[in-house]
Write a protein that binds this ligand. Structure first.
Ligand code: G3H
Length: 544
């Protein structure tokens, strides 16, 4: 199809009949409840209207924003009540949840998982409507989250089994386990509102912390069906929600000094300012997934078919709205024109449309200001000598933006350094490999890189230089977070701490030792405690 504003507009549904029945939203969801101290409370104050990126096409061909619901905008006082509830439930580590045995905490998380699996279709539908993720990817996000929870449980069982013994060294006998940190504030991003929130929230919970959880601005309603499950699966005050504008509800939480760990997937600017609000910086642990501008370096001997295929996936899956997306292509000058021509052809095979359309690749963007920002980035590059290389690239209708391939991109253009987080694909040329490496050295980001090449010595040399710049080097493959057992982190402004099924358990806990001298009296005492199953910590019970 030839891409024009009109053809893109025609992709928006004029009425409910144009939407497959399975994906229609019955009624707008006006959520007034929030979870505080084990109960769903009603909010009578202001609310945030939720506008879906799937606008309604009007008979005159204009697009009308579609309101699909609203959620509470709590104030500072309510956020502080949620904090008090989490602090009470933790009770300086003496609460029911932090002192519960690992087996019992696992049982609670298993119950929670069963409850949310039963609500899958509702959650996935809201996810799709709030952020415009395709049906397949929305379902994948849900399934991946459930797998992540199950794998977390397995990893914790392994960890606990390893700790179910005493260690004797130099006349000292000790037992080493991991203990919770305290109250954790979890904030996930809009692009993976379920998965990335739960990749922090579940490990934080299962390690015995109590949690305040703030849903992202876009991707908040989908958490509503989960609130009841939280109340049923966990003791009161263990999970509390803080709905509202970040700058209203979060500063007071941080300034209280009562947040022990901050789990945030978001921008480095926000993370930086939140950390500074904490009055006792040494007491705050931060587990952060932040900005990234992952580059692909394409060497002269790269298999261009593979490089182009991975480039499309890497740059444009979910419209480029992934922190791991490939956001800059550095291509050797000898193949750059060829690479760009092939990439333009492949990009133009991508199908724009609504998330429920079969085979759709490019869908409407949930951030209202994003189309204008992308237009600005494109205009800026064009003004400085780049061209849009694919037909129709950058054409937009409301929130739906057709991908733009920009070439040749140079230093000084906005897109050279800014994280576009959307369907704009910048390609720059390099003459010597050092120029490509220098781009990465000079970057404020250090999450991942992809290298495409076939000459082993060259690839090896790039690998050895790049592993000290970023946290994952992908060879002949796009950048990505998965598999979720792999460590996910970054250098510079890209991350703090490491997430993975296993690492997240470590990130949200601290090693703790109980030790004594090996005297007869102490041996007797330990035996009594263990035999009588008198302690959760001092225990040789083995989770089967
Ligand atoms: O937005 C960042 C996500 O963690 C990326 O995950 O690479 O699996 O899409 P992904």
């Amino acid at each position: 199809m030839s891409v024009t504003t009109e053809t893109l507009t025609q992709l928006f549904p004029p009425d409910a009949a144009a939407i497959p029945e399975a994906w229609r939203l019955p009624e707008p969801l006006h959520q007034r409840e929030y979870l505080l101290d084990g109960e769903l409370r009603e909010w009578a104050g202001p609310t945030q209207e939720v506008i879906s990126p799937m606008f309604e096409r009007q008979p005159d061909g204009t697009l009308k924003p579609r309101v699909i619901g609203s959620y509470p905008l709590l104030d500072e006082a309510e956020a502080l009540k949620a904090l008090d509830a989490a602090v009470r439930a933790y009770d300086h580590g003496r609460g029911e949840w932090p002192t519960m045995s690992v087996a019992d905490r696992i049982a609670a998380v298993e119950k929670f998982t069963r409850l949310i699996v039963a609500r899958k279709s509702e959650i996935v539908k809201l996810l799709l409507w709030e952020i415009g993720k395709s049906t397949a990817d929305s379902e994948k996000e849900f399934d991946r989250t459930v797998d992540y929870i199950r794998n977390t449980i397995d990893a914790l069982k392994d960890m606990d089994r390893d700790s179910s013994r005493f260690t004797i060294t130099e006349g000292i006998i000790g037992q080493i386990r991991r203990s919770p940190l305290g109250v954790v504030l979890c904030m996930g991003p809009f692009n993976y509102p379920l998965n990335e929130t739960f990749c922090m929230l579940i490990p934080a919970l299962i390690m015995g912390n109590t949690v305040l959880f703030k849903p992202p601005k876009h991707g908040a309603l989908l958490h509503y069906p989960l609130l009841q499950a939280f109340t049923e699966a966990f003791p009161k005050g263990v999970v509390n929600t803080v709905y509202g504008r970040g700058n209203t509800v979060v500063p007071a939480l941080m300034a209280s000094g009562k947040i022990d760990a901050l789990g945030l997937i978001g921008s480095s600017r926000v993370a930086d300012s939140l950390k500074k609000m904490h009055p006792k910086s040494n007491r705050l642990r931060a587990i952060l997934g932040l900005d990234a501008k992952n580059a692909a370096i394409i060497m002269p001997d790269a298999d261009l078919e593979v490089a182009v295929k991975e480039a499309v996936l890497g740059a444009l899956s979910f419209n480029g709205q992934r922190c791991t997306a490939l956001k800059m292509f550095l291509v050797h000058e000898s193949i750059a024109d060829d690479f760009v021509a092939r990439l333009a052809t492949e990009i133009n095979k991508l199908k724009p449309g609504m998330p429920w359309d079969a085979g759709v690749n490019i869908t409407p963007l949930p951030e209202p200001q994003k189309p204008a920002y992308l237009a600005e980035v494109i205009a800026d590059a064009e003004a400085q000598g780049a061209r849009v290389m694919n037909e129709g690239g950058g054409t937009a209708s409301g929130p739906l933006v057709y991908p733009a391939l920009l070439y040749p991109v140079k230093e000084g253009m906005k897109v050279w350094r800014e994280e576009q987080f959307g369907p704009v694909v910048p390609v720059a040329r390099f003459a010597s490999t050092d120029e490509a490496i220098q781009y990465i050295i000079d970057s404020d980001h250090g999450q991942q890189v992809s290298i495409f090449g076939s000459e082993s010595e060259e690839v090896a040399s790039l690998v050895d230089q790049l592993v000290n710049q970023v946290s994952r080097v992908n060879i002949n493959a796009q950048c990505q977070r998965g598999p979720d057992t792999f460590p996910f982190t970054g250098r510079k402004d890209s991350a703090e701490g490491t997430l993975s099924v296993y690492d997240a358990l470590r990130s949200f806990s601290i090693r703790t030792v109980v030790a004594t001298k090996m005297t007869d009296a102490n041996k007797h005492l330990l035996n009594e405690i263990v035999d009588g199953q008198e302690s959760s910590f001092l225990s040789t019970r083995f989770i089967l």
